[in-house]
Design a protein around this ligand. Structure first.
Ligand SMILES: Nc1ncnc2c1ncn2[C@@H]1O[C@H](COP(=O)(O)OP(=O)(O)OP(=O)(O)O)[C@@H](O)[C@H]1O
Ligand code: SF4
Ligand SMILES: [Mg+2]
Length: 422
């Protein structure tokens, strides 16, 4: 394939340089054994991510436990050194920035952690915790650190008079607000929020999500939000990227993704999202994925989802599906995507799946993409801007297995269980 820019699609409205651009981002944790601590393998936590985040946008990274979300977030905030790939922030390459080079960046990129209990030092007062970024960065503020911190506490809905209280004197939701206040201290441009509400009661989750949205409007923040649950990020995302076992398998605008998920894994995640409208409940099927996510030490070859996918065919086990933009801004890495009409592979010599046929059609050279052993990251084949929108059709699904020919029967090893009414 000749043209294969290595970035996932950005929002159609975006023309300016992205705030964040990630190319082939990879993190392999070495596994060491023996007295000499020889490297005997690696945990392939993140394996070749490509995406961009525009200024003021919220991109959510979603996927099951262990798929590499936190590792990605920690690389973006440079708390972890990537094994491979590139991170551009405002066009600057920060992939391997040194501590000194990172100092100004630490102001611009902040992280909110999942655990509002563990992420705050219990021996420090709120004033010390929220004021720490100022001290670390030697920032002299106009009104002094105390006034600045009290302003931040007020901004996130806490009582500024509680400046001298300790974390244990606050509720879970209030502690998460303290974490948010700390992340805002240095007026960052990008906040990576790792499961910001998953440790909170449902009633408090909505309050914290609303707070994050209000702060985004007020301060022009850009968010990368990490979540394992599609329902949590539904209202706050502009775009959603779905991860499976270290790979990005689908990325699209929020409404597009929820209306017509193309990757079977996304469909399965979506089927678990509660439907608020009682009249629609029971009409959608619940897809239960069997088994755990395979080990990232030796992930399944080709499509990593094939051991759990009810649509898996032979090509899924031998050829990595490239990430292909099949509708504007909507890219998917699946040989047999759902909710979209694709060309018959028979019309493209050498194509073994509809995705390969579509990729060949979209490629200027018309080549069918085939696995390249030297390549870890899936290629992204963008839709030609001059081409008419790819035909997108959203047929009603009639059963859990979909209607693709050659589906793995439900009783096959690793196949899905029968759907249940939601
Ligand atoms: N420091 C480390 N050393 C070795 N393996 C690690 C390390 N950190 C994470 N991993 C492994 O990398 C994989 C991805 O972990 P990560 O924490 O990024 O997943 P996650 O998607 O955030 O999961 P969760 O939803 O449970 O938080 C997991 O298999 C994890 O065990
Ligand atoms: S149909 Fe094949 S390529 Fe698509 S998700 Fe299932 S196993 Fe992977
Ligand atoms: Mg995590």
């Amino acid at each position: 394939m000749t043209a294969s820019p290595a970035t996932a699609p950005t929002p159609a409205s975006t023309t300016s340089e992205p705030l964040l651009k990630v190319t082939d981002l990879t993190k392999h944790f070495p596994i060491r054994r023996g007295l000499l601590q020889r490297v005997v393998g690696a945990v392939r936590a993140v394996d070749g991510l490509n995406f961009e985040v525009s200024k003021g946008e919220t991109l959510s990274l979603v996927g099951e436990s262990g798929c590499g979300k936190t590792t990605t977030g920690r690389m973006l905030t440079r708390l972890l050194e990537p094994t491979k790939g590139e991170i551009l922030f405002e066009g600057r390459d920060i992939t391997h920035a040194s501590v000194g080079q990172m100092r100004p960046l630490r102001r611009d990129v902040q992280m909110i952690f999942q655990d509002p209990y563990g992420s705050l030092n219990p021996r420090h007062t709120v004033g010390t915790i929220v004021g720490k970024p100022f001290r670390l960065q030697n920032v002299k503020t106009e009104h002094g650190i105390k006034r600045e911190v009290q302003g931040l506490l007020e901004l996130v809905g806490l009582n500024p008079e509680h400046y001298n209280r300790y974390p244990h004197e606050f509720s879970g939701g209030q502690r998460q607000r303290i974490g948010i206040a700390r992340s805002l201290a240095l007026k960052p441009k990008l906040i990576v929020a790792d499961e910001p509400v998953s440790a909170l009661d449902v009633s408090i989750q909505a309050q914290v999500i609303n707070l994050l949205e209000d702060l985004q409007d007020e301060l022009g923040l850009t968010y990368v939000v990490i979540a394992h649950d599609l329902s949590v990020v539904r209202h706050m995302s502009d775009r959603v990227a779905v991860m499976y076992l270290g790979n990005l398998v689908e990325i699209a605008d929020r409404d597009e993704l929820y209306a017509r998920p193309m990757h079977p894994y996304t469909t399965a995640l979506m089927s678990a999202v509660p439907i608020p409208d009682p009249s629609r409940r029971g009409r959608t099927e619940r897809i239960r994925l069997e088994g755990d996510v395979p080990s990232p030490i030796s992930p399944p070859p080709a499509c990593r989802f094939h051991t759990r996918c009810w649509k898996a065919q032979e090509v899924c086990k031998t050829e990595t599906p490239p990430l292909v933009e099949l509708a504007p801004g909507h890219a998917v890495a699946c040989h047999f995507p759902e909710n979209v009409d694709l060309p018959d592979p028979a019309v493209r010599p050498g194509a073994s799946s509809p995705l390969q046929a579509a990729a060949a059609e979209l490629s200027p050279g018309g080549e069918v993409p085939h696995d390249d052993a030297s390549r870890d990251a899936p290629r992204v084949i963008p839709l030609d801007a001059s081409r008419e929108d790819a035909p997108v059709d959203a047929p009603e699904r009639t059963d859990a297995s979909g209607d693709a020919p050659g589906d793995v029967p439900d009783d096959a090893p690793g196949g899905p269980s029968k759907p249940e009414d939601a």
